[in-house]
Design a protein around this ligand. Structure first.
Ligand code: ZN
Length: 151
């Protein structure tokens, strides 16, 4: 007889987009659980190569469309209030796709604008986090829009 596994009955209202890098799956999950307060079953997961970076440029065609399609699906079928995009240092996708032209935070901000433009909804927050290595661990910091200079 096969073993039975529990199923969550919680309602999820958050989409988390993170990179499918095998080294960081537990790292991302621990961050999302401890710092964003989302337990397993409380968020929709989009795990794609590049994480938030995959959504930064429509020219990244298949990756961009694939991640966008998953977000669109969850937006249409659930009451989403928050989208969290995560990028990380030493990302193979980032390197292979030649995104070094700008700082990583630039691409996460670009991904946020792509989402806000594609799915305009003032009731959905889009939050960005960038993970950097610190010793053998990863530290996540929020990425914010640059402050406008006052004249
Ligand atoms: Zn990566």
């Amino acid at each position: 007889m096969p073993r039975a596994y529990g199923v969550s009955t919680r309602q999820a209202d958050t989409i988390v987009v993170w990179c499918s890098d095998h080294r960081l799956q537990k790292t991302f999950y621990d961050f999302v659980m401890r710092e964003l307060g989302l337990e397993n079953g409380q968020f929709f997961l989009v795990s794609v190569a590049g994480g938030g970076f995959a959504l930064s440029e429509p020219t990244l065609k298949e990756d961009f469309d694939g991640a966008k399609w998953q977000i669109e699906f969850f937006l249409h079928h659930s009451n989403i209030k928050r989208i969290v995009l995560i990028g990380h240092a030493d990302c193979t996708f980032y390197r292979v796709m030649g995104l070094q032209e700008n700082q990583p935070r630039h691409y996460l901000l670009s991904a946020k604008r792509q989402i806000e433009c594609t799915f305009p909804n003032p009731n959905i927050a889009v939050d960005l986090f960038y993970g950097e290595f610190c010793g053998g661990n990863m530290v996540f910091r929020p990425v914010h829009e640059p402050q406008l200079q006052r004249a």
